[in-house]
Design a protein around this ligand. Structure first.
Ligand SMILES: [Zn+2]
Length: 424
C-alpha cells in the first residue's frame, strides 16, 4: 500500500456525521443570540464554566473514540491515540475551545473537532492498510487562546511550548482581579500533569477569518505563515474641568487628543500596505456629560507580514501620539503589551499539506494568516503548519461567524490525509 493510498483512505474515512454531531454539541455550550434559522453565537471565555464544559465534552468524545485523556497544569486538554510512553514523540493536532466575549461557534472549536475526527480516520486507514501507527497521535484543546479575559492571548500553548512560565500564567488576573490559578482551581481541583515529550510536529486547522477562500471558491487553504503583531495600551492625560465654566483655550481635553490620534491610525496602516492598525477599545474618564475628559485609556493593535514594518508602524504611532498630545496640551503614554513575531511555517510540512490535499482530491489555496494562532507558539519547538477553511463573509468574533459544514468536512479530510502522510 503506497503512502498516497493510505492518505486517500484516511481522507475518505472522515465521517461528516460524527464531525457534525460533536461540533453541534460543543456549539451549544455558551450559545446565545439564536436567530430564526437556528444559527447562534458562542461565548466561552477562558477558564469559565462554559469553557470547562466544552473541554469536558471534547474529553468524553475522545475517550469514546479510544483516546487517553489528560490535562496539564494550565488547563490544556490532550487526548492521545497510542502508548503514553516517553520514547516516541506524538504528532500533535488541535486548536482551542475558548472564545472572545460575544463570539462565534467556529473560531477554535472547528479545529478541535476536525482534529479528533481526522485522528480517528487515520487510525481506521492504517488498520485497513494492515499497518500499525508508527507513533502516537495526540489531539489538543488549548486553554485561553483568545486572552479575552486573561491576557496574554495563546496562553495555554505558550506555557506548553515553554515561552511563558507556568507561574506567570497562573498569576495572570482578569479585570475583576481573579487569577487564572483561582479560576482553574474552582473547576478542576487537583488536576494537571506535566507534558510528556515535545511533539514530532504540529498541525492546526482553523477558520480563515478572512475572505480569500470564499472569493476563490476553494474549501481549504494551506497556510505559509502568520503575520507579525504588536499590541499596546496607550493613555492621553489631560485635566478634568467644568464643561460650562472652562473656556476652550484653557482646556486640556484628553478625548480631543485621543480622537486626533485615532483618526491618524488608519493613515499609519495605509502607509505600510498590507499592514492593519486598530484601536479596539477607548474609554474616557470620568465619563460625565458635564466634565471635560481628563484621561483616555485605549488600545492599539498593529499587524503586518514583515516584522520590520510592524516596528515602523509602532514608531509612527508613538510619534503621532506625542504630536496629538502636544497640540492639545496633554501627555501621551504608551505601553507595549505583547509582540508576536512573524512566523514562517515548516516548508516541509506545508508541502506535505498540499500533497495531502492532492491525495484527497480537494483543491487548496496557499495563504498567509492575518491572525495569530496557537501554531505560532508551537512553530519554534517543532515543525508546524496550518489549514484554513472558509469564513462566510470573512466574519469572525461575532455571532454570525459561519463555515459551511461541508467545508469543515473537506478541511478534516485534508488534515487526516496530512497526518497519514506524516506517519507513512
Ligand atoms: Zn482562534
Amino acid at each position: 500500500v503506497t503512502r498516497a493510498t493510505t492518505a486517500a483512505r484516511a481522507a475518505a474515512a472522515v465521517s461528516a456525521e460524527r464531525l457534525q454531531a460533536l461540533f453541534h454539541s460543543i456549539s451549544e455550550v455558551g450559545a446565545y443570540g439564536r436567530a430564526a434559522d437556528g444559527r447562534h453565537g458562542c461565548e466561552r471565555l477562558a477558564f469559565s464554566e462554559e469553557a470547562h464544559i466544552a473541554h469536558q465534552l471534547f474529553a468524553e468524545a475522545a475517550r469514546e473514540t479510544g483516546l487517553t485523556v489528560r490535562r496539564d497544569r494550565i488547563g490544556n486538554t490532550f487526548a492521545r491515540l497510542g502508548p503514553a510512553d516517553r520514547e516516541t514523540a506524538p504528532v500533535l493536532t488541535g486548536s482551542h475551545l475558548d472564545t472572545v466575549a460575544a463570539g462565534g461557534c467556529f473560531d477554535g472549536a472547528a479545529g478541535v473537532v476536525c482534529s479528533l475526527e481526522a485522528v480517528r480516520a487515520v487510525s481506521l486507514a492504517f488498520r485497513e492498510s494492515g499497518a500499525a501507527l508508527p507513533r502516537p497521535l495526540e489531539v489538543v484543546a488549548w486553554a485561553n487562546e483568545e486572552g479575552a479575559r486573561f491576557p496574554p492571548a495563546m496562553m495555554g500553548s505558550a506555557v506548553y511550548a515553554g515561552s511563558l512560565p507556568i507561574e506567570a500564567a497562573l498569576s495572570a488576573t482578569d479585570s475583576e482581579g481573579i487569577s487564572v490559578r483561582d479560576a482553574l482551581a474552582a473547576r478542576a481541583p487537583g488536576e494537571g500533569t506535566q507534558p510528556l515529550l515535545p511533539p514530532a510536529s504540529y498541525l492546526e486547522l482553523h477558520i480563515e477569518q478572512g475572505v480569500e477562500l470564499e472569493a476563490a471558491g476553494v474549501p481549504v487553504a494551506v497556510v505559509d505563515g502568520v503575520q507579525a503583531q504588536l499590541a499596546g495600551d496607550w493613555r492621553m492625560i489631560g485635566r478634568e474641568a467644568h464643561a460650562g465654566a472652562t473656556p476652550m483655550e484653557r482646556r486640556r481635553d484628553a478625548l480631543l487628543g485621543a480622537a486626533a490620534l485615532i483618526t491618524e491610525v488608519s493613515g499609519i496602516a495605509h502607509a505600510h500596505p498590507p499592514g492593519v492598525a486598530t484601536v479596539g477599545k477607548s474609554v474616557a474618564f470620568p465619563g460625565s456629560r458635564n466634565t471635560v475628559p481628563g484621561l483616555v485609556e485605549a488600545t492599539i493593535d498593529l499587524r503586518h507580514p514583515e516584522e520590520r514594518a510592524v516596528r515602523t508602524m509602532a514608531a509612527d504611532f508613538i510619534r503621532a501620539g506625542e504630536a496629538c498630545a502636544a497640540q492639545c496640551g496633554l501627555s501621551f503614554e504608551f505601553t507595549e503589551r505583547w509582540r508576536s513575531p512573524r512566523v514562517t511555517f515548516s516548508p516541509h510540512l506545508v508541502d506535505l499539506c498540499s500533497r495531502a490535499a492532492d491525495a484527497a482530491g480537494i483543491p487548496a489555496l496557499r495563504l498567509f494568516s492575518a491572525a495569530g494562532h496557537d501554531a505560532v507558539n508551537l512553530a519554534p519547538i517543532t515543525p508546524a503548519a496550518m489549514l484554513f477553511v472558509p469564513s462566510t463573509g470573512g466574519v469572525s468574533h461575532h455571532p454570525e461567524e459561519f463555515t459551511e459544514m461541508n467545508a469543515l468536512v473537506q478541511g478534516a479530510r485534508v488534515l487526516s490525509a496530512t497526518l497519514a502522510l506524516l506517519l507513512g
